[in-house]
Design a protein. Sequence first.
Length: 443
Amino acid sequence: MIDHRLLRTDLAGVKAALARRGRPSLLAEVDEAARLDARLLDITARRDAIRSRVNTISKEVGRLRRDGDVDSAEVLQAESRELGAEERALASEHDEVSTALRDLLLGIPNLPHPDAPDGADDADNPIVSGPIGLLDTVPDHLRVPHWESATALGILDNERAVKISGAMFTMQRGAGATLARALCQYGLDLNADVHEEVRPPSLVSSATLTATGQLPKFADDAYAIERDDLWCIPTAEVPLTSIYADEVLDDTALPIRVMAHSSSFRREAGSAGRDTRGMLRAHEFDKVEILAFATPEQAPSLLTDMVARAERAIAGLGLPYRIIEICTGDMGQSHHRSFDIEVYAPGADAWLEVSSISWFSDYQARRGNVRLKRHDADGKPVKGTEFVHTLNGSALAVPRVWAAIIENYRNVDGSVTVPEALRPYMRGIECIEAPSEAKGARP
RNA sequence: GGAACGGUGGCAGAGUGGACGAAUGCAGCCGCCUUGAAAGCGGCCGGGCGCAAGCCUCGGGGGUUCGAAUCCCUCCCGUUCCGCCA
C-alpha cells in the first residue's frame, strides 16, 4: 500500500507518479481515496471527541458512586447513554469508510521510482546490460528446442506429467531431475555468503498473501485451498516477506537478508497456451529466492547487489544473457523499481526471463506491517517507527535456466554437456547422453 | 479430530466491573556512592495515530454496561492428555 498520508500532503505528486504507469482509471481511484481519507479524518475527530466525553463521564460516575452520590451519577449516566447512540453511529460510519479506503488502497499500485524508465509495455523495457556471451552465428545443432532434445534424452517426461496432473505440469527424470536440483544447490551456495537459508511454509494464509500484493486483486493467479483457507505460494517471496509481519526491526539489525529454495505454484490464469512448451511456463516450478529487509537508505545499493548476484548465477553457467530494466507501464503492482535477466535459448530462439529483481519501497511492509525502529548516534531509540523497505529477486529460477542449458550446451551428437559450475552437484555426470538399449532406456 | 487449562508491557508475573495503561520482580536508562566496577540508594521506564487536545492498545472480532484486562459470545494461537501420523 502507498502511504495514505501522501494523499493529504502531496496528492498531485502521487497522481503524477502513478500517471507514469499509463492507467488513466488509476487517477480517479486516487482522487476517490483522497476523498475517503479526508472524510475519515473528519469522522474520526468527531467520534474521538464523543469518546473523550464518555470516558470523562464514566470516571466521574465512578467517583460519585464511591462517594454515595447516586442521584448525580444517574444524571451523568443518562447523558452518557445519549452520547452512546451518537458514538455508535459515528463508529460504524468510521468502520465503513475505513474499510472502503483500505480496499481501494490495496488495489492502488506502488509509485514508480523517479529513475524507472517511462514506457507503455514490455517492448519499451530498455536493455541496460548485454547481450553478453551471445554467439554471432548459432550452429545448427543448437537450433533444437529443449522440449524435443530433452524428451529424446529421456530427461523430460511432460507427457506423463500431464497424465498425472494435467496441462502445464512438467516432470524431469534421471539426469534431468538431478540437473534441476543441482541448479537449486548452486543458487543457494552462491548466495550463502550473506543470506540466511530459510525453508518456509509452502501454504500460507490470506493475510500473508495480501502482504506481498497478490491479494485481493490477483486472487485468480494463485491456487486456493478453500477448505482450510490457505493458498499455495506463487513464490518464496510470499512467506519470506511475512517473516517479520507485525514486528518492529531495529535499524541496527538491518539489512536482514534471507534466501529460500521452494516450489512455486501459479495458475497462469491469463496465459494458458502461451509459451507453454517444455519448461517455459508451468503451474509448478522450483526457484531460489533472495530477499532483503532494509532501511530506505540501504535499499538502492542492495538492489544493485541483488541484480549482480542474479547475473553472477547466470554468467557462472556460461549462458548468453542480457539485463533489462522494467519500464513504468510494465511494472508489477508492488514494484518501485525492477530489473529482469533474460537468457537466450537458441533452440526456442527466444529470450527467456529467468530472473526478476525488485525494490518494493515500503509498499509490502505497510501491507504486512513490518516496521523499523531507528536509533540516533548515541544508540538511543528515536521516537516512532517507520516501515522497512523490502527487496527480492530470483537468485535462480530452475525451469527456464534448465531449458537454456539443454539448448545452449547441446552437442552435435545430441548429448548435453553439464556446465562446469554444476558438476559438484551432479553425482559425477559430466554429459547427459542419449539413452540406449544397452543402458536400459526407460519405457 | 476430542478434552482440559491458558494468552496481560522486552521477559517473568499480579490483577474477576470504577483510584488500572496496568502491582511486583528482572532487564534497560539517568543520578548518588566508588580510583573503577559490583552491590546499595534515589529517580525514569510499553506502544500506535495525532501539531495538539485527545483517541486507541491486556491474542483478534462482536456483545452487555454510564464504565470492561475483568462478565458473555465467537474465532485464532499455545500447553498438556487422548486419537492419528512422518
